[in-house]
Write a protein that binds this ligand. Sequence first.
Ligand SMILES: [Fe+2]
Length: 271
Amino acid sequence: MLLKSAKTQALKKELELASSQSLRYAHDFARLYKETKKHKDELAATNRQLKRYAEDLQKNNSLLKTVNNELQEAYYDTVHRLVLAVEYKDRFTGQHIVRMSKYSALIAEKMGLPERDVLTILYAAPMHDVGKIGIPDSIISSPHKLTSEEFSVMKRHTIIGAEILANSKSHILTVAGQIALTHHERWNGTGYPCGLAGDAIPLPGRIVALADTFDVLTSKRSYKDPFPIDHATEVIKKENGKHFDPQVVDAFLANLDKIAKITCELNPKVC
Ligand SMILES: [Fe+2]
């Protein structure tokens, strides 16, 4: 009897212990659940906040892109207008600059220049004769062959162009200044204004020298009719290694189909 009562007591105690443990577990579980839910809510709030940030960033990014595009457009437009200012003095320049800059970019591309450099040449080349703005009209528009004195004045358009374009923070304008100064230099050192030879002439200047000459050859001037493309190409070939860098001539010849296409589109009288 005594033994039975002791066993009952022990069982009762175990039951009480198990019951209190279950209560503690339930309490801990409820606390954990509450904390987990709180973290989950906090995470959801953080997610919502991050989503709002991402949306704001996207909006700002698209606004910046629009502003950047507008600035770029204004920049090219300003450059174009600067070049058009020269057209008032030299009535041949308007279409000439469109063609010769396209020829220049095609040559640069064929020479394997990176796309950024090709585009720089495309946008910088039209400014090659910007210095003509500082040359008297009587010389620019002279219907006759220039006297040696007049030609000396005319040569100054290279230096004036370089001065106009000097000290710019813009890479395109810096290259344009380089082109303005060197587009009448010759591979064999007989050009002007400095008589530079070979690699001493910056590559954009060497490229524009050929593109400019080819367009002058295939254009009408007061002193000559336009040369047909074949004839102009022969003149360029004859000047290989003299007036022109042989590598530039190679790239020009390798791209002749595309160059002739531009000539025919923009100067149909030649084709
Ligand atoms: Fe020039």
